[in-house]
Design a protein around this ligand. Structure first.
Ligand code: SF4
Length: 163
């Protein structure tokens, strides 16, 4: 079983089917203009901070400040719940390694907004359930059933699901 990455946690809250495609290396995101825009934001924002810190292949933190606050940079608040859980997962993994991080911050440079994210004991229990559920989804031979959602129109897998 592959290590559960932050991106997997994110996709779990976006769409289980998308998570399955992603895990099976059906990556079409490079075709998406939105992803290119995201990369551009990433490259041009917060240039003075320590950026893109990779820990054990499954944590890729956008940037970290004094080992107290971790930041995740996003372009829009459309799927904020997924972004929050991705950041909580990073806080959880670092906590498991004995690194106590004070809080996470979701940064939206295009919107000039930020949101603080904290990890509670309840969140830890929920994350453990989510990890179990992700392992089950990834263990399936076929992708989960498609359910039409609002985000489908902007999803890189739109053609796989709807055409
Ligand atoms: S098009 Fe919709 S159902 Fe298909 S992977 Fe994307 S979000 Fe999920």
């Amino acid at each position: 079983m592959k290590k559960i990455t932050g991106m997997m946690i994110y996709y779990y809250f976006v769409c289980h089917r998308k998570l399955w495609f992603f895990n099976n290396d059906l990556t079409m995101e490079h075709n998406s203009e939105l992803v290119s825009i995201g990369k551009l934001i990433d490259e041009t924002s917060y240039s003075r901070e320590k950026k893109n810190i990779l820990i054990e292949e499954n944590i890729n933190i956008d940037f970290i400040k004094d080992w107290k606050v971790i930041h995740e940079v996003k372009k829009s608040r459309k799927i904020e719940k997924a972004s929050e859980w991705q950041l909580k997962y990073y806080l959880f993994l670092l906590k498991e390694k004995g690194i106590e991080i004070e809080k996470g911050i979701l940064d939206y440079p295009l919107l000039r907004k930020r949101e603080e994210v904290f990890l509670s004991d309840e969140d830890i229990n929920k994350l453990k359930e989510v990890i179990k559920s992700i392992e089950e989804i990834l263990g399936e031979k076929r992708p989960p059933q498609m359910t039409k959602k609002q985000i489908c129109n902007k999803c890189a897998y739109y053609e796989l699901c709807h055409i």
